[in-house]
Design a protein around this ligand. Sequence first.
Ligand SMILES: C[S@@+](CC[C@H](N)C(=O)[O-])C[C@H]1O[C@@H](n2cnc3c(N)ncnc32)[C@H](O)[C@@H]1O
Ligand SMILES: [Zn+2]
Length: 130
Amino acid sequence: MIERRKSKIHGWGVYATETISKNTRITFYAGEKISNRESLKRERRYIRQGHIWCFKLTNRTVIDAGVGGNIARFINHSCHANCYIDIKAGVIWVRAAKTIRKGEELTYHYNTDGEGLIRCTCRPGCPTLL
Ligand SMILES: C[S@@+](CC[C@H](N)C(=O)[O-])C[C@H]1O[C@@H](n2cnc3c(N)ncnc32)[C@H](O)[C@@H]1O
Ligand SMILES: [Zn+2]
């Protein structure tokens, strides 16, 4: 249903290889489950390398896709995303927000609560800081 390819937004991205209907569970966000405290340490290191790999699962737990992650870790952010996040029973699902056509890049809104160090490149002139 999806594959990793070079993206216009940033580095690697994830693309639909067939039409995906609205609300489909496309993939889950895999990685090591760690404490919020541990993630703050790791995020400092990751952000220096220009990456956000840590995904907040609850107020106390985070999934670090830098360790044991799957293809979901290559999904880029967009301010006009075609996917959304649905957390069920401790699993972070990436689901289709609308019908996604073959060849479209998958994106979701990162909803970062970090320091906003990365300029969003979802479209020319986007003012958002991730
Ligand atoms: C989960 S990774 C996504 C995969 C990434 N493109 C790669 O090649 O490793 C998240 C990182 O991708 C980049 N990224 C994702 N969406 C972006 C966007 N809309 N604008 C700028 N950078 C973005 C940022 O460096 C972010 O830290
Ligand atoms: Zn943007």
